[in-house]
Design a protein around this ligand. Sequence first.
Ligand SMILES: C[S@@+](CC[C@H](N)C(=O)[O-])C[C@H]1O[C@@H](n2cnc3c(N)ncnc32)[C@H](O)[C@@H]1O
Length: 257
Amino acid sequence: MSEDWSARQYLKFEDERTRPPRDLLAQVPLARPRRVVDLGCGPGNSTELLIERFPDAEVIGLDSSPDMLRQARERLPGRSFVQADIATWSPDGETDLLFANAVFQWVPDHPAVLRRLVSALPEGGVLAVQMPDNTQEPALRLMREVAASGPWAGNKALDAAARDDLPTPGGYYDLLKPLCRHLDVWHIHYNHVMPGPQAIVEWFKGSSLRSYTSALDPAMREAYLAAYGAKIAEAYPARYDGKVLLKFPRLFILAVR
Ligand SMILES: C[S@@+](CC[C@H](N)C(=O)[O-])C[C@H]1O[C@@H](n2cnc3c(N)ncnc32)[C@H](O)[C@@H]1O
């Protein structure tokens, strides 16, 4: 992403955001990897899981954002973190696991990058990936709709803010299986219990909304968020106790070279 991420905003929902990497890690069929790289490590929450699971491995966190790397280093002192762009980075021959939770959706032409990284793994090496597959969910559809209809309509950066739909599971299979001994592609639909509709806005302020809000000046940003929040309140009705459910489909890929 061009703009920096706010680690603090991202970690407001740490429990919910750390559940997909737990579910992904549970499927990794490695006992003693030599080196593990956490691609798009963010503030270190996924890196911490990798260290717990593989205490004897050299675990390295990689991210392009200085803010995220600073938080990760504070959280896990003495561990290695590197600033790099996944689009151009390559692993060395001792790297047995590439773990990428919630990052490849931001990498331009990510299917080609996935192919390149799988090709670089040693035999038996693993690439484990999780991406949000939520572009057709109300939360993301409403970001696009509000961008297209307010006083900010026509702003080119806003028009470019929407994320493309992911390829289908079959598309990933055809792309990666020729390079792999084993390939598994699956979805999990989480239903996160949120305190109310405004919490959904806060959740996405730590991720997808940033591409929209960073394109607006402060006054327009507030107006955009207010319009978005009103639509979210309509789309995510309160349950019996006032809480709302944020349905969140995510796509998982496990590739064994
Ligand atoms: C949504 S966070 C995921 C954090 C963590 N992996 C987790 O499981 O919660 C995505 C991270 O990917 C990083 N990122 C985005 N594009 C990147 C790229 N091209 N190269 C490296 N890191 C990137 C962002 O800076 C951000 O820290």
